[in-house]
Each structure stands twice: as C-alpha cells, then as structure tokens.
Ligand binder design. Structure first.
Ligand code: PLP
Length: 444
C-alpha cells in the first residue's frame, strides 16, 4: 500500500541523515520550518506518501496534516495525478518551448477566477508575488507597497519587511541581507485595521502602487479577515489609484472551487486587480501564477516593458500535475475537506477545553490553527501583535504528543493545518484519538 520505503534503498535513519544534512545543508533542510526548530526533535525524513498518510525512513506512518504545505489537496500520490505525471514525463521533462498543457492550466484557472483575465505561469509563489509587485509599480508609476504584519508572500526582498515605528511609516528590513532602501519602499500595517490603511493612503496615497494581502492570512496561524476588511481594501485602493493584489498562493483552489475569492469577492461582486496562485495549481510540483486584469498583465514581456521569464515556467510535467489536480477538484472534494476540517476543529476545541487549556481555534474556510492563551481565548486573534502575545510555547509539547501518536501536524504554531480529500474516516479517527493526550501535553 505504501510502496517501497526509501529507507530500504538509502539504509539510513532520519537521525543519521539529519546529522549529515546539517553539515552540508544550512540547518539540514531546504526550507527553514522543516528543521523542527519551533517544536524540537529530529524531523522525520519522509520516504513516501499515500492518500492521507506519510511514512518516514524509519518506518513510522503518520496521518499527514501538512499536505506539502497546501498542494496535496487530493492526498499524496493520487493515482490519476501520478499517471498524468508519468505520461508527461515519458514525453520529455521540459523543452523551454510552449506546450498545450500550460494553456489548458491557465484556462482552468481563468474558468474558476474569471477576474484572472490573463495569467502568467511561474514556478514558485515567491516569483508570483515578486512579479505582481513589479507589474503594479509599472502600471501605476509608483514605488510604495503596503503589506500587513504577519502576512507571508514568499521571500521577496521588499516583502521581508517589518513595521517601522508608528502606523504608515516606511518599514525596516526583517531579514539580514535586505537593504534598508528596499524595505523603505514597503509600509507594513497591522492586519484587520482599516483605519491604518486609510491613514497610510492619507499620508502616502499618491506614492502607493499596491496593497498586497493574503486573501485570508494563514502564515501567522490562521487569522481570518474581519467582515468587510478585504472589501474595504478594494475600495481604498480603487479610490487612490493603487492596485489590490490578493495573494491566493495558499488559499487558491484550496478553500473552495474559486479559492478565497469564491467565498467573498464573488458573493460581494468585486475582485482584486491581481491575484497570485501557487501550491494546489502545481498539485505538488513547482507551479505558481500571477493573473489579473488584462491591461495590467499586458505590461509583461514580450508584449510590454515589464521583464519576467523562467527556464522552468510552465514546465510540462509540473503543469500536468496541476491541471489533473484541478480537474479532479470538484465540489465534492471541497465539501469533503470542509467537513473534515470542521470535525477536527470541533474536537480540537473540545479536548483543549476538557484540559482547561485557554485557546482559540481560528479558521478560514478549511484552513485552521490553534492559538493558545487567555487573550486568544477571550478575544480571538485578529492581528500579528495578538499572535505574538499568544502562548505559542504550548504548541511544542502538543505537537510532540501528536507525532508520537502518529499524527504529523505542522512543526510550527504559526502554520495552518491542511486536510485533504483523502482524509477518510480511518485517518480522521486516528487524529481524533491522538488529540486528548496532546491536549494534556499542552496543559502541562
Ligand atoms: N504567498 C503565500 C500566501 C504563501 O503561503 C507562500 C508560501 O507558503 C508564498 C506566497 C510563497 O510561495 P513559495 O513558497 O512557493 O515561494
């Protein structure tokens, strides 16, 4: 059922591999959160995945609640996706020339989010947001960008910025290696704070090219937009001639058939100027996209003067995985995922209450995460300051107990939990039976 273990081939344990990896790869990992720094212990090295499960090289099987950080909407190694990938691979891994599958994937995206009138495929969400900013600056002839504290848009220099002192001031670098000059082109505001956005526009309105926001933030834990927040961003940007960029790299085609826009903008009759997508649209392989208004997208080379390119952009194997995933992701898939997420949220809250652990299970569509602490429990968490004030230390023992019971939750308190359509009753029951011990660990 789980195929041959990589361990059988490699003959090395997670602990041995991690020890060596740390000598040859910074932190032993190719993306920081994988190092388990926030929860401690050795990260399991994954050998294989099937449906809702992953198996590590040591032979432990886990119910996976990370889902490749979003892409695994249908679970791991879905047979039809694997078949499409194998067929595409057999035809050649990449040509650096246009292929039909790329166009089909773009059409699939457009059919779900019609405001993405034109779409350019890239390989990572980081590239997508970087290109969206460049487009917004080119379109408006302005330099400044507004982002929200706690929203993550990839490791684009301008978006690795922290709030300066006071609202509506230019930001400071949030990572070594980001220049002060680049950070100073970003204004970082508290999330869910319409007044702060209005003040930024009042102070710098004619210099702001764009407001970029996660359509529903899930990278500081899940912090849903308050009622009307996104619509107000739409209104203010339009009023001041700036573009609204909704980053749906994480929410896109995960929280619903038309992403977060389908849950909000579609109902309210508005859309962003630019969208970024990623994760699900690659089905587990590297595909992301920027899409939006035809007049804005028309600035991109080779039609317009905004340069953007990629050796691997629209790669035929990757786009085959994404296209097949999206074509399989019908309403029943989203209904199933919503149902599973609701079950887990309810039980999570119940077992934590049983152990008197103060908490708020926060959710946006099928994305959810738990914030600990009395403040979170009383008021909920609406912005990054509240996230930082939460009792995040409770998460490490909670996570450890889950892992020991065969549940692979995200190794950070500030990440959403991801379920897939493959999480059947057996998998969900395994999570539910692991929760009480984890709640006791969080209480300690
Ligand atoms: N935007 C959002 C909302 C994300 O969640 C992420 C990644 O987690 C990114 C952008 C960056 O995408 P990538 O990791 O593919 O560069």
């Amino acid at each position: 059922r789980y195929g041959s273990s990589e361990a059988a081939v490699a003959g090395r344990t997670s602990a041995e591999t991690f020890a060596h990896a740390q000598a040859v790869i910074p932190g032993g990992v190719n993306s920081p959160v994988r190092a388990f720094g926030a929860v401690g212990g050795t990260p399991p090295f994954i050998a294989s995945g099937s449906g809702p499960y992953v198996t590590d090289v040591d032979g432990h099987e886990y119910v996976d609640l990370v889902g490749s950080w979003g892409p695994a909407l249908l679970g791991h190694a879905h047979p039809e996706v694997v078949e499409a990938v194998q067929a595409a691979a057999a035809r050649g891994l990449g040509f650096g020339a246009p292929t039909v599958t790329e166009v089909d994937l773009v059409d699939e995206i457009r059919s779900r989010v019609p405001a993405a009138e034109m779409v350019r495929l890239v390989s990572t969400g980081t590239e997508a947001t970087m290109t969206a900013l460049r487009l917004a600056r080119a379109h408006t002839g302005r330099d400044l960008v507004v982002k929200f504290a706690g929203c993550y848009h990839g490791h684009v220099d301008a978006l690795l910025a922290s709030a300066g002192s006071g609202v509506a001031t230019l930001a400071l670098p949030d990572s070594a290696g980001v220049s002060t000059a680049v950070a100073a082109e970003t204004i970082v505001l508290p999330y869910n704070d319409v007044d702060a956005v209005a003040e930024a526009f009042a102070t710098h309105g004619d210099r702001i090219a764009a407001v970029i926001t996660e359509a529903a933030p899930a990278n500081m834990g899940v912090v849903p937009p308050g009622p009307g927040f996104n619509a107000e961003l739409r209104r203010l940007t339009a009023e001041h001639g700036a573009l609204l960029i909704q980053d749906e790299v994480l929410t896109g085609f995960r929280v619903g058939f038309s992403g977060w826009w389908g849950l909000e903008g579609l109902r309210e009759g508005w859309a962003a100027d630019l969208f970024t997508f990623g994760k699900v649209i690659g089905g587990g392989l590297p595909v992301a996209a920027v899409g939006g208004r035809r007049d804005v997208m028309g600035h991109l080379a080779p039609v317009g003067p905004v340069y953007q390119a990629g050796t691997l952009s629209g790669n035929p194997v990757a786009t085959a995985a994404g296209l097949t995933t999206l074509r399989l992701a019908d309403a029943s898939v989203y209904a199933r995922i919503d149902q599973t997420a609701a079950t887990l949220r309810t039980e999570l809250s119940r077992v934590l209450a049983d152990e008197s652990v103060p908490h708020s299970v926060q959710w946006a569509g099928s994305l959810f995460s738990t914030m600990f602490g009395p403040e979170a429990a009383t008021h909920g968490v609406r912005d990054y300051a509240a996230v930082q004030a939460s009792e995040a230390w409770r998460y490490a023992p909670f996570h450890r107990a889950l892992l020991e019971a065969g549940v692979y939750a995200p190794p950070s308190p500030f990440e959403a939990w991801f379920v897939s359509a493959a999480h059947d009753d057996t998998a969900v029951d395994r999570v539910l039976s692991a929760l009480p011990a984890a709640a006791r660990a969080a209480a300690a």
